[in-house]
Structure formats: structure tokens, C-alpha cells
Design a protein around this ligand. Structure first.
Ligand code: KG4
Ligand code: ZN
Length: 330
């Protein structure tokens, strides 16, 4: 059996622990979400998130070890997300991982959360994509395009200049009174709506692979202020979603053309979107890798995947590892 890494992610509002072998084989992947804690506030409350991580982390790690039927004697390293994310949440995961590494005399590996999302493509569940590939990381905190030449070899091609796509979903859902998180419910309502009912703007920004979704969000707000009762919530959801997906798909096309690459992988919470998953498979001449939904949203298995390359290189952290709320890839 390849080296087993115990991986932990507490970057946002999910407490997660996983055991991953050789950077690709998931032995366990436990995620404890916090939607019940945050939904009445219509968004994540950072202080409540870190407190909940504190309550959950020990049980989640125990569950991941038990589900993998492994003991610490057979674990080769402890990996933990060191950012970007909510600082209070990150501190809980890194402090716990440091304690485990110290007690069990194991190497500690600090992993960038975004590199984790990119590396979800290297997990066995359907992957890995043919190298090099374009990776679209599209979540609540980020919308970024990367050229990936291997695990650990990434070049950022574009990123969100304002709201991430998932953030736009969550804010539009809040305006419509649909609760939190907004992505899954908008996705579901969009299925029965008319995507051409409202013509929302597509912020293509042709000169760049960067993204901007805040204007689209504002135009939904302006539309709602006009009070047009003949347009249903389903139609608004379908029209908003069509605008987001049109932009994501077009930027993927531009990135593949610019880099002369025919392989594309999706990751991040918005990659769980059924509309996006469908549209990307319709791209001509492009091989697509779409992870199963639980590997799109935040999970620790992706941290275990990214950590493996660092493990092989001996890229270890020490007990002074401090997480960072802002942490660019690379
Ligand atoms: O990757 P993730 O779990 O956490 C971050 O790192 O942000 O992504 C969470 C985001 C939320 O904004 C949520 O609304 C969105 O992913 N999301 C979706 C769907 N499922 C989750 N957005 C659109 N459609 C979905 N089905
Ligand atoms: Zn994430």
C-alpha cells in the first residue's frame, strides 16, 4: 500500500478529515457541514464557524481513522489546509494537526486550499485527466482558471476580480429569500425555469481570463426592484444561472484555445451545479473531468491528494506553521 496521509480541512464551514493513499486512493473522507448553524443568518458567521470546528474536529478525525481502518502507526504524515480561508476556522485545523503530528511523531504538511481543489482531479474517482489540463476552481470564495502541468505545477490564468461565482449564487438566493447556501437551491429551481425569461448581462470581459460577477448580482437586484409578477422565481433562477454558466463556459473555451490544451477539470462547490456539469460535456473537442459532487465541495480528501507531492519532495512544515487567510497558489 502507498503512503497513507491523514488530511484535515477546516478552511470555511465544513470540518473534514480524510485518509488518502498515494495521493489518489480515498480510504475515508468525512465531512461535517455547518449549514444548520449558519442558515438563519443567510451566510457564514466566522466566529460560529470556528467554534463549531472546535466541537467537531476530534470526532471527525476519529471517524476518518476508523472508517479507513487504520492506526497512527500506519500513517505516514498529517496534512492540513493552511489557507486561504477564514482565519479562525483555519487555526482550529492547523492547531489540531500540529498536535497530532507532535504526539505521533509524524511529518506535518501545510496545503493550500486552492491547490487541494485543483488536485481533486488526481483522486481515483474518475480521474486523473490527461496532462496538461485547464482547471476551473469555482467555489464560494474563488473563481479561478489554472493551467496544470502536474501535481504542484500550476499557473494561474485568471481569477475573480470581485464576487466569486458561488458568492453570487448565495447573494442572489438571499435576495430571493431562498436560504443558505444558495447554489444548490437555485440549481434545483433553475431546472423548471425558462433561462431566456430575463436577459441578464454576461460579464465576458474579452481582454482577460479574469471574472467579475458582482455586476450580474446587482442586475438581479435591480430586476427584483422592478417587481414584475409574471416572472416566476424559477425563471429568475434559470436566467441567472444561464448567465453564470455562459461566462464560465466561454472562459474555459478561451483558456483552452490560449494554452492549446484539450483537457479540462472542474472543482469547487459550484462544480456541483447540474447545469454547469451538463454544459461542459457539450464542449466539442474537449475532454472533461468532473469529480463526483462530494469531491467538488470542500473536503479533506483533496488536501490529501495535494499533500502527496509535497510528501514525496520532503516539503514539510514545522510546529510554527501559521495559517493565512490570504494565500495565493504556488
Ligand atoms: O468549495 P465550497 O464547498 O466552499 C468554498 O471553498 O467556498 O463551495 C461552496 C459554494 C457555495 O457558494 C455554494 O452556494 C456553492 O458552492 N454551490 C453551488 C452548488 N452547490 C454548492 N453553486 C451552484 N450550484 C450548486 N449545485
Ligand atoms: Zn473550497
Amino acid at each position: 500500500m502507498n503512503e497513507a496521509i491523514l488530511a484535515i480541512d477546516t478552511s470555511c464551514d465544513d470540518t473534514s478529515a480524510a485518509v488518502v493513499c498515494g495521493g489518489s486512493q480515498i480510504l475515508s473522507n468525512v465531512v461535517s457541514g455547518q449549514n444548520l448553524v449558519h442558515e438563519r443568518f443567510g451566510g457564514i458567521v466566522p466566529e460560529l464557524a470556528s467554534r463549531r470546528h472546535l466541537e467537531m474536529i476530534e470526532g471527525v478525525v476519529d471517524e476518518a481513522m476508523t472508517a479507513a481502518s487504520i492506526s497512527f502507526a500506519s500513517v505516514s504524515a498529517v496534512a492540513v489546509c493552511k489557507g486561504p480561508g477564514l482565519i479562525g476556522s483555519l487555526i482550529v485545523g492547523t492547531a489540531f494537526a500540529k498536535a497530532l503530528a507532535y504526539v505521533h511523531k509524524l511529518p506535518l504538511i501545510g496545503v493550500n486550499h486552492l491547490e487541494g481543489h485543483i488536485c481533486s482531479a488526481f483522486l481515483k474517482e474518475g480521474g486523473p485527466p490527461t496532462l496538461p489540463f485547464i482547471s476551473l476552481v469555482v467555489s464560494g470564495g474563488h473563481t479561478s482558471l489554472y493551467r496544470v502541468d502536474g501535481c504542484g505545477k500550476y499557473k494561474e490564468l485568471g481569477r475573480s476580480r470581485d464576487d466569486a461565482a458561488g458568492e453570487a449564487y448565495d447573494k442572489v438566493a438571499k435576495m430571493l429569500g431562498l436560504g443558505f447556501p444558495g447554489g444548490p437551491v437555485i440549481d434545483r429551481l433553475a431546472r423548471t425555469g425558462n433561462p431566456r425569461a430575463v436577459s441578464f448581462p454576461r460579464p465576458y470581459m474579452p481582454q482577460t481570463l479574469d471574472f467579475s460577477f458582482s455586476g450580474l448580482k446587482t442586475s438581479v437586484r435591480s430586476f427584483l426592484a422592478q417587481n414584475t409578477p409574471d416572472i416566476s422565481t424559477e425563471d429568475i433562477c434559470a436566467s441567472f444561472q444561464a448567465a453564470v454558466i455562459d461566462v464560465l463556459i466561454r472562459k474555459i473555451e478561451w483558456a483552452t484555445a490560449q494554452e492549446n490544451i484539450t483537457s479540462v477539470a472542474l472543482s469547487g462547490g459550484v462544480a456541483a451545479n447540474d447545469g454547469l456539469r451538463q454544459r461542459i460535456t457539450e464542449l466539442k473537442g474537449i475532454e472533461t473531468y468532473i469529480p463526483p459532487k462530494p469531491l467538488c465541495t470542500d473536503n479533506a480528501a483533496m488536501i490529501g491528494a495535494a499533500a502527496y507531492e509535497q510528501f514525496l519532495k520532503g516539503d514539510f512544515a514545522d510546529l510554527r506553521l501559521n495559517p493565512k487567510a490570504y494565500l495565493p497558489v504556488g
